[in-house]
Design a protein around this ligand. Structure first.
Ligand SMILES: Nc1ncnc2c1ncn2[C@@H]1O[C@H](COP(=O)(O)OP(=O)(O)OP(=O)(O)O)[C@@H](O)[C@H]1O
Length: 310
């Protein structure tokens, strides 16, 4: 196996009209890694994915994907990539098996029948192979979409919000499948808005309004954000009062209710603690220190970035 990363792009920039939707993005994804791609809606994740697999040409920037130049070898890259778009579609009046046979035909795969059979088995679709695609639940549809994009044995999977609208059990099974594929050597770049999914990635990349603003393991990204998080616990009335009192208080940057808990977050730990201690005393809430979550960090990153898409 080559030591060259699966994805290595530098300074990618893409404009649509007068909007710069991807701004100087540099990204490296090692082979066999599951890399998360996160960021607010419209921040350029899909566009970056399309630039990397040769579907769009950047205005500036360069890079290599799977050993090929993104500017001149898009065709070669496309053959080695499986790309699951946000809105995947099938022939609803064809069965699972017929849909896969159709895709295998598009890729001109040799031993089509066998490849489809193996894929059905690998993805646990065999017992449902005669079901019409149109009658499947969201989770099974998504499994079929994954099957369709790995049938040609790609080296890189680009998954654009693959689990949007899918229930937690199906999402978990989908992620188990992604980890199994990565263990076999497949590299995966997956965009998501779900924090639990971000936490299942080896490394994450956070893009805000076209600019990459954080990257690393979840622990690194949380540590580098340098936030302090405190919880106030009490009755519904107490936490409601505390929440109102803490909004805008010194050192308090985020206030969020989680059931009987109130989470308060800020970068200035001293000022945050002073405000939280005062409000806990006034309202009778119990104050405890807590770990900063990835969600706290992302909310912070989002509020720091300016929305150039508006
Ligand atoms: N072909 C296009 N022409 C003009 N504008 C576009 C085009 N494609 C995307 N955009 C704009 O570029 C911006 C970034 O879009 P993109 O789909 O890359 O974001 P995203 O991070 O994938 O968003 P989401 O999380 O909502 O899927 C958006 O403002 C979008 O409207």
């Amino acid at each position: 196996m080559s030591a060259e990363p699966a994805i290595s792009v530098r300074g990618l920039t893409k404009r649509f009209g007068d909007k710069t939707v991807v701004n100087d993005v540099s990204l490296t994804v090692e082979r066999g890694e599951i890399a998360g791609f996160l960021g607010p809606n419209g921040s350029g994740k899909t566009t970056t994915i399309r630039l990397m697999c040769g579907l769009l040409t950047p205005d500036r920037g360069e890079g290599r994907v799977l050993g090929h130049d993104i500017l001149t070898e898009g065709r070669k890259i496309k053959l080695k990539v499986g790309y699951m778009t946000q809105r995947f579609s099938f022939y609803e009046d064809l069965t699972i098996e017929e849909n896969l046979r159709f895709v295998a035909g598009l890729y001109r795969l040799p031993r089509k029948r066998q490849v489809v059979e193996d894929t059905l088995k690998d993805l646990g679709l065999h017992s449902r192979r005669t079901q019409l695609a149109g009658a499947l639940s969201g989770g099974w549809k998504q499994r079929l979409a994954l099957a369709a994009c790995i049938m040609h044995k790609p080296d890189l999977l680009l998954l654009d919000e693959p689990t949007a609208g899918v229930d937690p059990k199906a999402r978990r099974e989908f992620w188990d499948e992604i980890h199994a594929l990565a263990a076999k050597g497949l590299t995966v770049l997956v965009s998501t808005h779900y924090m639990d999914e971000a936490e299942r990635c080896h490394r994450i990349n956070y893009i805000a309004y076209g600019t990459l603003v954080a990257r690393g393991t979840v622990e690194e990204v949380v540590r580098e954000a340098g936030l302090t998080t405190l919880h106030l616990t009490g009755t519904a009335i107490q936490t409601a009062e505390a929440g109102a009192a803490l909004k805008g208080a010194k050192g308090v940057e985020q206030v969020a209710h989680f059931g009987a808990d109130l989470h308060v977050v800020g970068r200035d730990g001293k000022a945050l603690s002073a405000s939280a201690e005062r409000v806990a005393r006034e309202t009778g809430c119990t104050l405890t220190a807590s770990e900063t979550s990835l969600e706290d960090v992302f909310i912070r990153l989002m509020s720091e970035s300016t929305d150039n898409m508006a």
